[in-house]
Design a protein around this ligand. Structure first.
Ligand SMILES: Nc1ncnc2c1ncn2[C@@H]1O[C@@H]2COP(=O)(O)O[C@H]2[C@H]1O
Ligand SMILES: Nc1ncnc2c1ncn2[C@@H]1O[C@@H]2COP(=O)(O)O[C@H]2[C@H]1O
Length: 353
């Protein structure tokens, strides 16, 4: 729980981040302080946690002690602020809405919120090599990529410790705004043209910050315990948290059926799932029993094969799910491990009949 005295000094978050927090390769986001994470991850839904949003863990940055941004607003100032309205023509409106509907941070907004974001966004144009964000700067805008590509790099002691590329529909620049911290990475246009929709910090805070921070805090602790995700950086874990959906199933329910096409990847949050397979002779038998932290549904998403097993529920089951497109994007770094693990699945053999 946050120290109230520290909250007075740092009104927008729980307290100053510890400069001594361990740094992992993977960037400044990987250095986030752990404060309030456990209680947050125990919360079951966003609403439970929204009241504690301003106690979210702030990041520690590479350049030294975290500082409050010169243009920081308190949460109450942000909530009272008026969101910008930048006029747009029909083509621009259609284009923004199309992109927002596919972006994990925006796609769950209701139509009114979606329109508010659309109104507040401004089109910015860059050329190959232009700096969009510089590590260490204050955060002004959050960006969604409309056309082209962007390269992102985190440096520590002059060395690149993390890099990735963004494509159309991806977004970046949320960390400095959410935590009033310096920019954690440098983002550079890597194509000409490179067109982005920029959402200013106040609009981002008013519309998106609460839900984004609470979702990240709810799922981060759990995801860090999931064995298959162990080697991801903290920032990669957070981007998975952004994209997750939660689904509940009841005893006996069939989640996916052998032979069907599959569009969803599942991580078990709580409960038990049983995988069974039919052999060539049509006999069916159990091949795996999966518990908390286990995953299933990856084969149909990684290969062009249909579901290789039927997965059904024993008791009540809660799963965290990713759709095909998001799975490919956020689980990309784990593709090789997932593929190799597929080779070790048991087969329901003819001898079992
Ligand atoms: N490993 C990473 N660590 C920190 N930021 C990252 C990382 N990878 C991508 N980013 C993005 O790069 C952005 C740089 O500006 P922000 O710190 O505001 O928000 C950051 C994230 O959106
Ligand atoms: N022995 C097994 N053979 C195939 N799939 C299995 C097995 N055990 C568990 N599974 C999971 O069951 C899932 C069914 O859907 P997929 O084929 O997409 O991915 C499969 C695996 O994640």
């Amino acid at each position: 729980m946050a120290d109230p005295d520290l909250k007075k000094k740092y009104p927008d978050q729980a307290g100053p981040a510890s400069a001594e927090a361990p740094a992992e390769a993977g960037g400044a986001a990987a250095e986030m302080a752990e404060a309030s994470e456990d209680e947050a991850s125990e919360s079951d839904n966003d609403d439970d946690y929204v009241g504690e949003m301003d106690e979210a863990p702030p990041p520690v940055v590479n350049q030294g002690r975290r500082r409050v941004s010169v243009c920081a607003e308190s949460p109450s100032e942000s909530m009272n602020a008026t969101v910008k309205v930048i006029p747009k023509n029909e083509t621009e409106t259609e284009r923004i809405l199309e992109i927002l509907k596919k972006n994990v941070l925006f796609k769950h907004l209701d139509p009114e919120q979606m329109n508010t974001v659309k109104d507040a966004m401004a089109l910015v144009d860059f050329k190959d090599g232009d700096a969009i964000i510089k590590q260490g700067d204050d955060g002004d805008n959050f960006y969604v990529l409309d056309e082209g590509t962007v390269h992102c790099e985190v440096k520590k002691d002059e060395e690149v410790v993390f890099q990735m590329d963004y494509g159309v529909g991806d977004s970046f620049g949320e960390l400095a705004i959410m935590y009033n911290a310096p920019r954690a990475a440098t983002c550079t246009a890597s194509s000409s043209p490179c067109k982005l929709w920029a959402l200013d910090r106040v609009s981002f805070k008013v519309i998106l910050m609460k839900t984004t921070i609470s979702k990240r805090n709810i799922y981060k602790g759990f995801l860090q315990q999931v064995p298959i995700l162990a080697q991801l950086t903290e920032y990669e874990i957070l981007t998975i948290a952004d994209a997750l959906q939660e689904e509940s199933f009841t005893d006996g329910e069939v989640i996916c059926k052998q032979g069907d096409t599959g569009e969803t990847f599942y991580i078990i949050k709580e409960g038990t799932a049983v995988c069974s397979q039919k052999n060539a002779a049509g006999a069916e038998g159990e091949v795996a029993r999966l518990e908390n932290g286990a995953y299933f549904g990856e084969i149909a998403l990684l290969t062009s094969k249909p579901r290789q097993a039927t997965v059904s529920v024993v008791g009540d089951l809660r799963c965290l799910t990713l759709d095909r497109k998001t799975f490919k994007r956020v689980m990309g770094p784990l593709q090789d491990i997932l593929m190799r693990s597929m080779d070790h699945y048991n087969k329901f053999q003819a001898a079992n009949i």
